[in-house]
Design a protein around this ligand. Structure first.
Ligand code: CMX
Length: 468
């Protein structure tokens, strides 16, 4: 448990994990690059054998004790899940298939003239453990553009939603409705063999990711009156198309921001609420659309993805109360008043992390490059020097440092995407990459129905009565 993620991964016999550390493997032939699905089909048999071997050798070994506090305390730190796509280290932060955020920023393919990684490449990495070629990423962009249309009845569902219905609820409704055309649900009805589950899961997952920009764009335009939705451009990448559907396609810096945003929000190991909700629901063999809708409903909570919007709402309230160029003293007083009112400081703290989130740092670096003089960005920086000391003094939060949500809203607002209620939808588009990759592998490896055991307080008392 205490071993850092990197050494665990390096020691792994998993062909998928090992490839994240081996030299980059380009699986393209001279004429046509191998597709993601073809590469996955090559990797799955060896990984099935690897899991069998691990279970045979280590299956009966203990991970350490489970203490009663973990049953009452939201299962913090309980080793309970397997997901190879990303592992979170409390001090270092996230690694995607063994690679840090700066490493993937360096290694993953970029758009021509761009400096941020293309999320298409991150998806390939999550699924295969390998860095794709520029050509493979371009094929993925094309494939997603070709799959991007949403059924007319889903458009109608969205058009009939009152603008007062939160964008995340609309998002979840639309994703649930996509299950109408699920390849997995159909294959299951047609009696597909367990061994073949991953194929239709892969197709649904690709469709899911591909259709999210059209759903997100439609919600944005409907709720905030932003005019007509343009068509997807099949010659452009995923982030450009999402930006364009939101009305920001002409803004190259915003498109770059989205590439970074989607990449860093995609996955945060398997135990966070959205990733775990998706995995849990998927374990009942609900198709990827139903599973991902469950993930979105978890992401919509203020302690998780909704913090994306809560941070900006809190910052704006602060500005309206103490002004735009407030002194440190005034900021401190405002932070204390938040705590004294029994509220959390949004964007700070984390259930696993114990240091500044590298996703926060990546966004800060983007801001220093693109918007160093933005007033709200300066306030975010000022807060960073103030909040950790206050949270430490208050003495409750185990982690006083900022998480990913402390920064994202400021960047979006800078470019004119000021409608905070929409922010978590963008988090939702991003998180689909991680959840989809996980669903594909869960079905490929035959992950069973999740069914942990619950106990009553009376039973706990009885079990430990009279024992030291
Ligand atoms: N402000 C005030 N109090 C905080 C706090 C914060 N930012 N972070 C933790 N605490 C409090 C908790 O509410 C808890 O209080 P109680 O004992 O009264 O219940 C106590 O400190 C201990 O909590 P913890 O063990 O440090 O943290 P948890 O694992 O329970 O919760 C999290 C983690 C993220 C929910 C919490 O830090 C929080 O509420 N942060 C603010 C909301 C936020 O930014 N969420 C986004 C997280 C990232 C993401 O998923 O998107």
């Amino acid at each position: 448990m205490a071993a850092p993620a990197r050494s665990i991964l390096k020691a792994s016999r998993s062909p998928v994990l090992r490839s994240a550390f081996s030299s980059v493997r380009y699986s393209s032939t001279a004429s046509k690059p191998v597709t993601l699905k073809e590469r996955l089909a090559e990797l799955i048999p060896a990984e099935i054998e690897n899991v069998k071997k691990i279970r045979a050798e280590h299956g009966k070994k203990s991970f350490g004790p489970v203490i009663v506090d973990q049953l009452y305390g939201g299962m913090r730190g309980l080793p309970a899940l397997i997901w190879d796509g990303s592992v979170l280290d409390a001090d270092e932060g996230i690694r995607f298939r063994g690679k840090t955020i700066p490493e993937i920023q360096d290694l993953l393919p970029k758009a021509p003239g761009g400096s941020e990684p293309l999320p298409e490449g991150l998806f390939w990495l999550l699924v295969t453990g390998e860095i794709p070629t520029q050509e493979q990423v371009a094929e993925l962009s094309k494939d997603w553009a070709a799959r991007s249309a949403i059924p007319e009845f889903v458009e109608e569902i969205l058009d009939r939603c009152p603008p007062t219905l939160h964008p995340m609820s609309q998002f979840s409704l639309a994703v649930t409705a996509l299950n109408h055309n699920s390849a997995f649900a159909k294959a299951y009805q047609d009696g597909v063999s367990k061994k073949e589950y991953w194929g239709p899961t892969f197709e649904d997952s690709m469709d899911l990711i591909a259709k999210l920009p059209n759903i997100a764009g439609r919600i944005y335009r409907n709720v905030f009156g932003q005019g007509k939705l343009p068509a997807i451009d099949a010659s452009k990448d995923y982030s450009y198309n999402l930006a364009s559907l939101l009305g920001f396609g002409d803004n190259a810096a915003f498109v770059e921001l989205l590439r970074l945003y989607i990449t860093i929000h995609s996955d945060h190991e398997g135990g966070n609420v959205s990733a775990h909700a998706g995995k849990l629901v998927g374990s009942a063999l609900s198709d990827p659309f139903l599973s991902y809708a469950a993930a979105l409903n978890g992401l919509a909570g203020p302690l998780h993805g909704l913090a994306n919007q809560e941070v900006l709402i809190w910052l704006r309230k602060m500005q309206s109360k103490i002004g735009e160029d407030a002194t440190d003293e005034a900021v401190k007083e405002y932070v204390w008043s938040t705590l004294k009112n029994g509220q959390v400081v949004p964007g700070y703290g984390h259930a696993v992390l114990r240091k500044t989130d590298p996703r926060y740092t990546a966004q800060r670096e983007f801001a220093l490059k693109h918007l160093p003089d933005d007033k709200l960005f300066k306030l975010v920086g000022q807060i960073y020097t103030i909040v950790p000391d206050i949270l430490l003094e208050a003495g409750k939060a185990k982690n006083p440092w900022p998480n990913v949500d402390a920064h994202s809203g400021v960047l979006l607002a800078h470019y004119g995407l000021t409608q905070m209620q929409f922010y978590t939808v963008l988090f939702g588009v991003s998180r689909a990459f991680g959840v989809a990759a996980q669903l594909i592998w869960d079905r490929a490896l035959g992950a069973p129905l999740e069914r942990p055991k619950s106990y009553s307080s009376a039973l706990i008392e009885k079990m430990f009565h009279g024992k030291p």
